[in-house]
Design a protein. Structure first.
Length: 215
């Protein structure tokens, strides 16, 4: 059984811990949960939590039995931290909630996190280090590396999300739409046409409102 560290002790890191504890409760222990790695000051202050921060990301050196789960939703942070940690020899786990519906003939990459309430149908491709909350993906959807899809989204058939895309909660994306790399789709938007790389869109129908900071 591997020793598992969660990268990031912020809000999503704690959600990921909850997901892992669900896996252990439903399917039995899979990892030794060692704690969080986090570079911020006292991220768990005032928060009830089952484990503590045991070290920093900056100082982490992998040991032979270690594994990491990525608990930061920011595409920009994933792009920055994953190559740095992999260069040190870090190994990343893909963590999928037991109640997620995974369909058939689909592929899921390295370091992916999939939460409860997720569902996908057929011929879906999910890239590496993608974070997906309770949302739905239709047939033939493509999700690029480092992207994050928030809860309660409806991403319809033949949609393509590029690398590093952030999709806010309650977003609907129409069939065949392409969303470019590093785009940001704001909360509650209805996307009816293609979104350019690096664009930030919002509204119903979604319109460009600026350049994505891709937090």
């Amino acid at each position: 059984m591997k020793d598992l560290y969660i990268v990031g002790a912020g809000g999503f890191g704690r959600e990921l811990l909850n997901l892992i504890l669900d896996i252990h409760a439903i399917a039995g222990p899979r990892w030794n949960i060692m704690g969080f790695l986090d570079d911020t000051e006292d991220p768990l202050r005032g928060k009830a939590c089952d484990v503590s921060v045991v070290g920093t990301i900056a100082d982490y050196t992998p040991r032979p039995n270690d594994a990491l789960a990525f608990g930061i939703a920011s595409p920009a942070a994933k792009r920055k931290l994953v190559p740095m940690l992999k260069a040190r020899g870090a190994v990343f786990e893909t963590v999928i909630h037991p109640y997620a519906y995974l369909g058939r003939h689909n592929t899921v990459g390295e370091g992916v996190i999939i939460c409860s309430g997720f569902g996908m149908t057929v011929n879906v491709e999910i890239g590496n280090f993608v974070t997906i909350l309770g949302t739905g993906l239709g047939h033939d959807v493509r999700v690029g590396d480092y992207s994050t899809i928030s809860a309660c989204c409806n991403i319809m058939g033949n949609v393509t999300l590029g690398k590093g895309v952030f999709v806010g909660g309650n977003v609907a994306i129409a069939p065949h739409v392409q969303v470019g790399d590093d785009a940001y789709v704001c909360l509650g938007s209805v996307v009816m046409k293609d979104v350019g790389a690096g664009c930030k869109v919002m509204g119903n129908p979604a319109r460009e409102i600026g350049v994505s900071a891709n937090f």
